[in-house]
Design a protein around this ligand. Structure first.
Ligand code: C2E
Ligand code: MG
Ligand code: MG
Length: 686
């Protein structure tokens, strides 16, 4: 009996139901599936349910569905599709992996939501066009506005033009009927007039909407207080047929003459703000900001300029070298966009890149970069260079549906290209909304072309930690803001050290950007990061300068020499202390010898807060080294620190000459102490 019931439930369900075996071959369907797809039962049984996403030649979507099923046993979403007769429909799919009779099956529920989507589109059209409703007394309203605005001009006052919509009014209509609702609506203008001046006006604009024009407004605060009064009076109960009824309203408003334009324009602005008031939780007010509109116009103007700049090829790529610290070998470059603006000159991305985000130009600009970079890489390869070239792409661009197909097409234009030298740096990873989609793009790039990927600006996004776990990226780029400050801010230093350790534990390469000095490189090497990019080596440069730079390039001996100090874990840890101390002495010297008006970083003067102090505390806690060695190191530290602080104190007291002489006298001792520490580290490899 139960089986018969289930059988009928299956057959007559309103939703399409499809069951496939583990190879995704259809084993059963119900009648609704035939109605929705237009295919007969015999055409479907035994086939592969490609029809479920016939239109999505989109490999990535199919891949996403499969991956989600594999991982979570479930996928749900909407796909655009074709029926057998070629007509389009939108299907809502939910696919579930199930186990039965010791076998694996997939259960697909399929609903045709085309009508629903069309209905929603019509509804939103209606909402957008609501201003086209005729107002019966529009002429009167125009006249009133004309008189009130001239009066306001004469008195140097402002006018409020407000748009009021009653909240949840439909419920009153539904529960109490139209007659009661109309009665209530009729009472609203009189009620509102009790808190307005006699010359102010309120008219019904359509449905439960009203327009108010209020004069005698001296400033913004009075405007808002007046609107508040209207809201409060609406909130006291209305009596209809002796029954009390509670309603609230949402009001948007704008101020004449701050907001210029016809009455229609002002009403439109007030109406837009009324929507914002509704979004703010209803029963509230929202004021129009004329500056905002100007900003939007300005932004549109800038976007048009950027679109023209793409067409007219005004953008250029600059290249910044990346180095392996321990060998000094330059293994590749990051391509960074610049705008050669016809009037403003060369612009860096901070002047324009944010504006293109969330617009279609984000993709156009990304495509321009890819095309230029691939061409450059191919030219290098033809000239026998094996450099890696990385480009920056936004997560949004990567997740566009045709990203992979488009990339594939571009790459096909260069049959000889070794794409394993191409790298994509994923930007704005905190905007990575659809991780499984990005995941597939990253995997496709790797499996089809050997293209590697890096998570850029790591440490700044909200969910970087999830991304390093979920995405099969090859490289993590420690954000330059942390790296740049790491020698002066111990907190940033901790982040850099933490990110390096994190990358190591995931077996992912790590590169630091923002390496501005030799000391940065020394500390990074001791922390276990062997790749770097930054001003210490070179700033981003145009292609014409690249060859000159490379032919004059000399690796930094300090970085290359360091490999002797990093043979084991203990050595690496202690050399970190050594470089912290060396850098502290360097800062001390710079401060004492710089002219007082020149600002150089002030060394940290609290022992426990300094890089070395923090290192020592951690070393004792984790027993990095035996206590005798740690005591000896601590002794070196305290000696240098206290002598240095004394010199700083006399410098601060204005005795600059004495502080400098003191430093000169101590310099040899400082150097000897550092040398002793150095030889201690060397001995550790024996
Ligand atoms: P990013 O991808 O993190 O690039 C590194 C930025 O750090 C570059 O700035 C580079 O010049 C700068 N930098 C490198 N080393 C140092 C250093 O030692 N000190 C300092 N102070 N800065 C250093 P740039 O070229 O101005 O680019 C800024 C950002 O603009 C990039 O950050 C990236 O987010 C974006 N960007 C650059 N090119 C493109 C592009 O082609 N497409 C997109 N969508 N964004 C791009
Ligand atoms: Mg980058
Ligand atoms: Mg970065």
């Amino acid at each position: 009996m139960r089986n018969t019931l289930l059988e009928n439930a299956f057959r007559f369900a309103h939703e399409g139901i499809v069951i496939t075996d583990e190879h995704q071959k259809i084993v059963d369907i119900n009648e609704a599936t035939q109605h929705i797809t237009g295919y007969s039962r015999s055409e479907l049984i035994g086939s592969n349910p490609k029809f479920l996403s016939a239109e999505s030649q989109n490999k990535i979507l199919n891949q996403t569905i499969l991956q989600s099923l594999h991982r979570n046993g479930f996928w749900q979403g909407e796909v655009s599709n074709k029926r057998k007769d070629g007509s389009h429909y939108i299907a809502r799919l939910s696919v579930k992996r199930i186990h039965a009779f010791n076998k694996l099956f997939y259960l697909v529920h399929l609903s045709d939501v085309t009508a629903d989507r069309k209905y929603r589109a019509i509804l939103s059209d209606l909402i957008l066009n609501r201003n086209s409703h005729q107002i019966l007394n529009k002429n009167q309203l125009e006249n009133d506005f004309g008189q009130m605005s001239s009066m306001a001009d004469q008195n140097n006052e402002k006018l409020v033009v407000a748009f009021m919509d009653l909240d949840e009014f439909k419920t009153i209509n539904d529960i109490h009927g139209k007659a009661v609702a109309d009665n209530l609506l009729d009472q609203v203008p009189n009620r509102v007039k009790t808190v307005l001046a006699e010359t102010d006006c309120i008219v019904r604009y359509g449905g439960d909407e009203f327009v108010l024009i209020i004069g005698g407004i001296k400033n913004d605060a009075i405007a808002s207080q007046t609107i508040q009064r209207v809201l409060s009076t609406i909130a006291s109960p209305f009596i209809v047929n002796e029954v009390p009824m509670m309603i609230t309203a949402s009001i948007g408003y704008t101020l004449y003459p701050d907001d210029k334009g016809s009455l229609d324009t002002l009403i439109r602005h007030a109406d837009q703000c009324m929507y914002k008031a509704k979004l703010d939780g209803k029963s509230t007010l929202f004021a129009y900001d004329p500056g905002e509109e100007e900003q939007i116009t300005e932004r549109n103007q800038q976007l048009r300029e950027i679109a023209t700049a793409i067409q007219e090829d005004q953008f250029v790529l600059f290249f910044q070298p990346k180095v392996t610290l321990s060998t000094g070998h330059i293994f590749g470059f990051e391509a960074l966009i610049r705008w050669q603006h016809p009037e403003k000159g060369l612009l860096t991305p901070d002047r324009f890149i944010d504006q293109v985000y969330d617009t279609e130009l984000e993709v156009s600009l990304g495509q321009w970069v890819i095309q230029k970079a691939i061409k450059q890489l191919s030219q290098w390869q033809q000239a026998g260079h094996k450099y890696q070239l990385s480009i920056n792409l936004t997560a949004y661009h990567l997740s566009t549906s045709d990203f992979f197909d488009w990339l594939q097409f571009q790459i096909k234009q260069y049959p000889e290209l070794d794409t394993s030298r191409f790298q994509i740096e994923i930007l704005e990873s905190n905007r990575l909304s659809d991780l499984s989609l990005i995941n597939n793009v990253v995997e496709f790039c790797k499996s089809e072309f050997g293209i590697t990927t890096a998570l850029d600006d790591f440490g700044t996004g909200y969910s970087s930690l999830t991304h390093i776990r979920v995405l099969p990226v090859d490289v993590v780029k420690v954000d330059q803001s942390f790296v740049r400050r790491m020698l002066t801010e111990p907190e940033d230093c901790k982040i850099v050290e933490g990110v390096i350790a994190l990358a190591q534990s995931f077996n992912i390469q790590v590169i630091a950007e923002g390496v501005e000095s030799i000391a940065h490189g020394e500390v990074l090497l001791a922390m276990g990061c062997n790749q770097a990019q930054g001003y210490a080596l070179a700033r981003p440069m145009p292609i014409e300068q690249l060859m000159t730079f490379l032919s004059a390039y000399q690796p930094f001996s300090q970085w290359c020499a360091q490999s002797g100090l990093l043979k084991n874990h203990k050595q690496a840890r202690l050399s970190l202390f050594y470089f912290y101390l060396k850098h502290w002495i360097h800062q001390l010297q710079e401060r004492l010898f710089a002219e007082p008006e020149i600002k150089t970083e002030w060394p940290i003067t609290q022992l426990a807060d300094s890089h070395c102090g923090i290192w020592l505390e951690k070393a004792r806690y984790h027993h990095y080294l035996d206590n005798t060695t740690l005591d000896q190191i601590s002794h070196y530290h305290q000696y240098i620190f206290h002598s240095g602080n004394d010199l700083l104190a006399s410098y601060l007291a204005g005795d600059i000459h004495a502080s400098r002489a003191g430093y000169n006298a101590l310099e040899t001792t400082f150097k000897t102490t550092l040398a002793e520490l150095h030889s201690l580290i060397r001995r550790m490899s024996e």
